[in-house]
Design a protein around this ligand. Structure first.
Ligand SMILES: [Zn+2]
Length: 315
């Protein structure tokens, strides 16, 4: 299919990012500091929360349209469970939004074709596309994004696998420490509480009582600081444990690990790969290719834009 000019939008924890893409090439990217979680929490009701989201997204897109009037499609990477019709069923981070026909409502408001997708699925698709440039025969890829939280996406037969409720590959909520740290999802001991930027910070706080930024903890780990190294070692071990489970279920040949915390890959890779190998079925050991993904933060936007460009099932 020809490459239309598309806008990819990545809805993050504290900001929204909007990129204009031709195919996978980002022509321009703008970032808006908008904390949707906080603003929706302060909304008077669900309708007001939806309006906050639609307005914030519309403003960012309208900022780009004057310079790129030929844009006809928008891909939206949103944190939460998104079904096949682009309905946001639930967003654990923004509980005010439920059964929100995000794709349709934003499309009507903008007069553009909108494709909404779970943010980690969109990032997985962005990584998949990049990998396909080198391996055109590739069909499947497992992506895990280590950021503020932990997201996961599986591109299966070249499409994101959404599952029955748009909640497939919620890898961050695999329980790795029974009875462990309380998670935002309501359970305890989820991977996200150990292998995300916040998780590494929490491990360090537990050991020392102080809370430096994750990038500082990473540098301390490189400098040999024992508690910092232990925080990353725990993150790596938990990640290896969780992904071994996923690979036993889905038997995927290629895994990419991305997200902001993957910039500290050197701090946790050894523990991660050792634990992954140890926990895999012995016959599978060494047969899963593990790659460090992009930490350029474009994967979500790029994947969303590519999905908008070429998703054949959506009008
Ligand atoms: Zn959880």
């Amino acid at each position: 299919m020809a490459d239309n000019l598309c806008i990819g939008v990545d809805v993050g924890g504290t900001n929204l990012r909007f990129g204009v893409f031709r195919g996978a090439e980002c022509l321009r990217c703008v970032r808006r500091e908008v904390d949707l979680r906080q603003r929706c929490a302060a909304a008077s009701d669900a309708e007001a929360a939806r309006e906050i989201v639609l307005t914030a997204l519309g403003e960012g897109i309208h900022e780009l349209l004057p310079d790129f009037p030929e844009v006809a499609r928008v891909g939206l990477a949103f944190p939460g469970f998104v079904d096949h019709d682009g309905v946001l069923l639930k967003s654990p981070n923004i509980p005010q939004l439920e059964n929100f026909a995000l794709q349709r409502e934003l499309g009507e408001r903008l007069g553009l074709r909108v494709v909404a997708e779970n943010d980690a699925n969109a990032a997985a698709y962005g990584e998949f596309w990049e990998e396909r440039q080198v391996h055109p025969e590739l069909q499947d890829l497992l992506y895990v994004g280590l950021g503020t939280g932990v997201g996961g996406g599986w591109v299966h037969h070249c499409r994101p696998w959404r599952g029955a409720h748009g909640a497939a590959m919620e890898i961050g909520h695999l329980i790795v420490v029974p009875g462990g740290r309380r998670c935002g999802c309501g359970n305890q001991g989820c991977l996200e509480q150990y292998a995300s930027a916040r998780g590494v910070q929490a491990s360090y706080v537990e050991a020392t009582g102080t809370a430096p930024e994750p990038a500082v903890i990473a540098q301390m780990a490189r400098d040999g600081h024992a508690e910092a190294r232990a925080a990353f070692a725990l993150a790596g071990q938990c990640l290896g444990q969780a992904l071994a489970h996923v690979l036993k279920v889905a038997d995927i040949g290629l895994l990419r690990v991305g997200g902001g915390l993957s910039a500290a890959w050197d701090c946790f890779a050894e523990d991660f790969l050792a634990r992954l190998d140890q926990d895999l079925i012995p016959a599978l050991r060494g047969s899963v290719e593990v790659k460090r993904g992009n930490n350029d933060d474009l994967a979500g936007m790029r994947g969303a834009a590519l999905l908008a460009n070429d998703d054949p099932r959506r009008p």
